[in-house]
Design a protein around this ligand. Structure first.
Ligand SMILES: [Zn+2]
Ligand SMILES: [Zn+2]
Length: 105
């Protein structure tokens, strides 16, 4: 067995983007614990990065409550938050709760 390990770039693309591996790399991966571990490791890092990015883009609770008050934020800020709410279930539910609180008080 003189074959080298699969190319790290291919493994990375496979782990992160789900790009299909070429046949040789695919067969190699199936029989190589080291490369399998590389893929698992890349995927772990990717999951971590995505979750960090996701959280760090969330507006603060204060900003969200300002969003409920007319005129408290600039049009630009409101637009950004509206876009974020459309993609982030965490903030969307927090926003719904805040609105409810404000409306019933
Ligand atoms: Zn390998
Ligand atoms: Zn969010």
């Amino acid at each position: 067995m003189s074959r080298q390990h699969a190319c790290p770039e291919e493994l990375l693309a496979f782990a992160l983007e789900g790009e299909p591996l070429n046949l040789a790399a695919h067969q190699h991966l199936a029989g190589c614990p080291w490369c399998q571990q590389q893929v698992a490791c890349y995927q772990k890092v990717a999951t971590y990065l995505v979750s960090r990015l996701y959280r760090s883009r969330c507006p603060s609770a204060t900003t969200l409550s300002y969003y409920c008050l007319p005129g408290a934020l600039s049009a630009e800020e409101r637009h950004q938050i509206a876009e974020h709410l459309a993609h982030c279930p965490l903030c969307a539910s927090e926003y719904a709760e805040t609105r409810q609180l404000l409306e019933t008080s």
